[in-house]
Write a protein that binds this ligand. Structure first.
Ligand code: SF4
Length: 638
């Protein structure tokens, strides 16, 4: 039984990789090896196939060819490629948000009876932030107005009425700066389409103009993330601290195991409700009940709101099936490997796609409709029960690894916890501790695992370094997944991993909240769209200090970034003024000019910049230096 291996730091994953090898089931790591050596032109961003004369590629060493057939230089090709990645990321996060906006609209119009407004206070708060009148109006009326405002944000707007989910969610200073510098998006879909237009054959060939448009487009991703968070909280409740567990050990041999996988909580919320109701049917089939577990960000959504255990994340999704214990994987969209179909066939797992945007040959497709949500969820769980009856009595291999997780740290939950220290001014304890140096700064970890990095290595190495240096660490998405599987969300780890100052702060907050001990070392803020929760915390902090977000000792890191969504998130973090680390090479290094703009010159425009550093020790050091520079700027001790 392998407890360690080259591909992952997670012993449960190593155990399953060994089993996959024995069974000759191909995994993501096998396919990566078969892909080597990877194309150097693609890796450096120097390959263009935006027209049918191509593909064209530029010699990265300065030889020939120096330009594509149309004359596009390395700088143009790299900037165009980056822009398209940002647009794809923005389309994904905002598509997710648009889906929830439609669900909210159907719910308040009585067309989706299985949904209702759960957090009425948040509905009013979001409406007021958007300038929607609430006085004397019913929740259904306000909800409809909020859903319509969200959908209106997708269209091109007048210059004086930009995307509201950007203009109202950043500091006033930032909003003004974005307007003045031509970086405020006019409409979410408008900006994404604009990128596709300007990167078409024979259009924008000015690298700076291209990068400026990419930066503006990245804010469509920010708007999508923030909108996704806001509307999910309104419909499903704003997360509050909750205790659960993570890793493959949460699967149970004698239960019907159903994994919800993907990103959007619209279906998984209903699966969680229906699973409990269907316990008698599961029992009749000889199971102890239905055990719902999460994979990737759909898993994060139901963990944050209901304490549903997280099975695994991102790169190791195939390993959940290799256990032989997973009866069904219910998928919505994003970050789902098509290879699951082959693994599912080998292991007897029912693979169920549910969304029109995400079908996989070999999977069962059950089209989801909010109008019949519970009925569809029951049909899905019946598939899992049927799969269990075929599996019953057969041996399974469930690794024993399980880590305790305290999750549920929405911005509201963090402020509520701080209010137990100072009810009149909840941010004061946080600010006082930043000023005193007990909290040196704040780092948000996000992004997935990348097959090019031993799974979780960069997350774990960097989190250990920063926590010891008293940096308050927040995590979202599969970054949170990586850290939770290694015990960073267990309050019992505080003594071992945190510096003295941070330990004292986490303990004071935990005790004031009646926990009898500290908060966990890393605060789980949610799924990848919930990266917006870190901004929802940073903005009042900046306002309270009378500064903009580019002056806060706040940094971000995607140490094992994979998806185009991570490129978009990283770019909007830079646009909001945050020093942002990426731990894998971005396909921009083929252009020295573009690389220089992203890592240095962009600072003059937004205050933020990228730090590209594959070595996690060195990356931790660079983030600490960035924090200290911000502290010095505020006149704080370093
Ligand atoms: Fe080549 Fe230009 Fe066509 Fe790109 S757009 S494939 S560089 S000819």
């Amino acid at each position: 039984m392998a407890k360690s291996c080259k591909v992952s730091l997670d012993p449960a994953v190593c155990e399953m990789v060994e089993k996959a090898g024995r069974l000759e089931v191909e995994t993501v790591w096998d396919r990566y090896q078969a892909m080597l050596p990877q194309c150097g032109f693609g890796e450096t961003g120097l390959c263009c196939r935006h027209c049918l004369q191509g593909p064209c590629r530029i010699d990265p060493f300065g030889g020939e060819p120096k330009a594509g057939i149309c004359g596009a230089t390395a700088d143009v090709i790299v900037a165009r490629g980056l822009d398209r990645a940002i647009a794809a990321g923005g389309a994904s996060h905002s598509g997710h948000a648009k889906h929830i906006a439609h669900t909210l609209k159907k719910a308040v119009r009585g067309k989706a009876p299985d949904y209702a407004i759960k957090d009425k206070a948040k509905l009013r708060k979001v409406a007021e932030r958007l300038g929607i009148p609430t006085e004397g109006r019913s929740e259904a009326e306000i909800g409809l107005a909020v859903a319509e405002a969200a959908l209106a944000d997708f269209n091109e707007k007048a210059t004086e009425a930009p995307v509201t989910w950007v203009a109202t969610t950043v500091t006033e200073k930032r909003s003004k700066l974005l307007m003045e510098r031509g970086l405020m998006p006019k409409g979410i879909d408008y900006e994404i389409a604009d990128i596709m237009h300007r990167t078409h054959y024979g259009c924008d060939a000015d690298p700076i103009n291209l990068l400026q448009a990419g930066i503006r487009c990245s804010l469509t991703d920010f708007a999508g993330c923030h909108m996704g968070t806001d509307l999910s909280d309104i419909l499903f409740g704003t997360p509050q601290p909750v205790v659960s567990e993570a890793n493959l050990g949460v699967l149970k041999a004698d239960m019907v195991n159903v994994a919800v996988h993907g990103h959007n909580p619209v279906l998984s919320e209903i699966i969680v409700q229906v699973a409990e109701e269907m316990k008698p049917e599961a029992k009749a089939a000889g199971a102890g009940g239905v055990n719902v577990v999460g994979i990737c960000c759909t898993g994060n959504e139901v963990l944050m709101r209901h304490g549903i255990p997280s099975c695994t994340h991102s790169l190791s999704q195939e390993m959940a099936l290799i256990t032989g214990a997973l009866d069904a994987v219910v998928m919505d969209y994003q970050c789902i490997m098509p290879s699951l179909a082959t693994v599912a066939e080998c292991m007897g797992t029912r693979l169920i796609t549910t969304m029109e945007t995400m079908k996989i040959p070999g999977a069962i497709h059950i089209p989801f409709a909010e109008e019949r949500a519970k009925e569809i969820a029951r049909e899905i769980i019946r598939h899992a029960i049927e799969a269990f009856t075929r599996r019953r009595g057969k041996p399974v291999d469930i690794p024993q690894n399980r880590s305790k997780v305290v999750a549920g740290f929405s911005a509201e939950a963090i402020i509520n916890a701080l209010s137990k220290l100072n009810a009149d001014d909840p941010l004061k304890p946080l600010l006082d501790n930043i000023v005193a140096g007990n909290i040196r700064g704040v780092c948000l970890f996000c992004g997935c695992n990348n097959v090019k990095v031993p799974q979780d290595r960069n997350f774990v190495t960097m989190a250990r370094r920063l926590l010891k240096e008293n940096v308050l660490v927040l995590a979202s998405g599969c970054g949170a997944g990586a850290l939770m599987r290694h015990g960073f969300m267990d309050p019992a780890s505080v003594d071992e991993v945190c510096g003295e100052g941070l330990k004292a702060v986490l303990t004071a907050i935990g005790e004031a909240n009646g926990l009898g001990g500290p908060l966990p070392p890393v605060l789980h803020v949610g799924s990848c769209v919930d990266t917006s929760r870190a901004v929802a915390l940073a903005v009042p902090l900046a306002n309270r200090l009378g500064v903009d977000t580019d002056q806060l000792p706040v940094v971000a890191s995607a140490p094992e970034a994979t998806a185009e969504k991570a490129v978009a998130i990283g770019t909007w973090a830079v646009t909001l003024g945050i020093p942002t680390h990426v731990g894998v090479m971005l396909p921009v290094v083929g252009s020295r000019y573009v690389t220089q703009v992203l890592t240095d010159k962009v600072r003059d425009l937004t205050g933020g910049y990228f730090i590209v550093e594959p070595d996690p020790e060195s990356a931790g050091q660079k983030l600490l230096a960035a924090i200290d520079e911000r502290r010095a700027g505020l006149g704080l001790n370093v």
